[in-house]
Design a protein around this ligand. Structure first.
Ligand code: NAD
Ligand code: ZN
Length: 349
């Protein structure tokens, strides 16, 4: 079958032929409908070197946000899973036995150091192929929802959802402000989730004007780039600053902007993995500001994301690519030319 492979550190992926996988006990075989191209993949194949934190040994099939139709049940899988029906696949794969994994938060598996991979598409073969295998308890039913449009939910939806849910205590009540920086795959959906779950004024920024315009159509107030960006953000809050910030880029300038925009006692969520740093010291930050990283989310979170999608509260904008054009999806993503999320459809020509 056709697959998009990450073959060597530092090299662009290739479209190649691999054997169709077989589901192991507890797994299903999924006929992939859609596999999203995430900016993290660029770090995986372009930036990470062997031994780096997060680096996963090639070769493997890319694609960590996937949806498709169940083709076959592996040994021991409950027949509650319906062959032929559409499901979204949770990506992270932990040990399955520690306290984090049994709570569905496999991103934070306590035995990650001894796991051979992080997730489907991250060390283990992912969804940029006609078929993939997935642990059955990672499937979330999609009903009659379009699995191609839904594919980005399993990362570009789940990651902002988890960070926003953890930040809700800071955004509850009147007169609250949230800041979203970077309005691509994750940030665009992040704005939609903030609007649906909180009454906060959502301030959003991106270097791309089209990205800002789309966030405005979702109800955000936007601020462009520029020297006085922090002053303009703070002015929108009456000078107080934002109660929660979500940095969906994670470069030093965006992290510095997020931290300089915080209200006292706010929560700054670092989501993007661009590797930026920021000084933490007594006078460098507003008092009692919480600073945290956040990685993906839990299986129960993903069920809630699908509920929001089916209720029309999350509306992923997808640019569809046939399998033959999968590498073009990555080229466009690297060039900043994708609007919303690029989704590869391995089973449509
Ligand atoms: P994307 O390429 O779809 O979108 C990035 C957006 O950021 C683009 O709209 C771009 O114009 C904008 N941007 C870039 N530099 C900017 C700057 N200096 N100021 C303002 N806007 C800027 O990327 P994505 O797939 O949404 O991923 C976003 C980041 O999140 C990446 O670093 C990715 O690796 C990371 N990520 C993290 C997790 C996690 O669990 N923490 C999960 C998925 C992705
Ligand atoms: Zn991702």
């Amino acid at each position: 079958m056709h697959a998009v492979m990450f073959e060597n550190y530092g090299e662009f992926p290739v479209l190649t032929e691999v054997a169709k996988p077989r589901p192991k006990p507890g797994e299903v075989l999924l006929r992939v409908a859609g596999a999203g191209a995430c900016h993290s993949d660029i770090s995986v194949y372009r930036i990470f070197e062997e031994g780096d934190p997060g680096a996963q040994e090639p070769p493997f099939v890319l694609g960590h946000e996937n949806a498709g139709w169940v083709e076959e049940l592996g040994p021991g899988v409950s027949e509650r899973i319906q062959v032929g029906s559409a499901y979204l696949a949770y990506g992270p794969i932990g040990c399955g036995q520690c306290r984090k994994c049994v709570a569905g938060l496999e991103t934070y598996c306590e035995n990650v150091a001894s796991m051979p991979y992080l997730a489907v598409g991250l060390g283990r073969d992912g969804g940029m192929a006609e078929y993939m295998t997935v642990p059955a308890h990672h499937l979330v039913p999609l009903g009659d929802a379009d699995p191609v449009a839904a594919a980005p939910l399993s990362d570009a939806g789940l990651t902002p959802y988890h960070a926003i849910k953890e930040s809700l205590p800071h955004l509850a009540g009147g007169g609250r402000y949230a800041l979203a920086i970077g309005l691509g795959g994750l940030g665009r959906i992040g704005v939609q989730i903030l609007k649906a779950l909180t009454g906060a004024t959502v301030i959003a920024t991106d270097v791309k004007e089209e990205a800002r315009a789309r966030a405005e159509s979702d109800g955000a107030v936007t601020v462009g780039a520029g020297e006085d960006q922090v002053e303009r953000i703070r002015a929108l809050t009456g000078g107080r600053g934002v109660d929660a910030a979500f940095d969906f880029v994670g470069a030093t300038p965006t992290l510095v902007t997020a931290m300089a925009s915080m209200a006292q006692g706010g929560r700054c969520n670092l989501v993007g993995i661009a590797g930026g740093t920021h000084e933490f010291s007594f006078f460098a930050n507003p008092y009692e500001t919480y600073v945290t990283t956040t990685y993906w989310g839990s299986v129960p979170d993903l069920w809630e994301v699908v509920d929001m999608y089916r209720a029309g509260q999350i509306r992923p904008e997808v640019e569809r690519f046939a399998m033959d054009d999968a590498l073009e999806a990555y080229r466009k993503l690297e060039a900043g030319e994708v609007n919303g999320r690029a989704v590869v459809m391995p089973n449509s020509s």
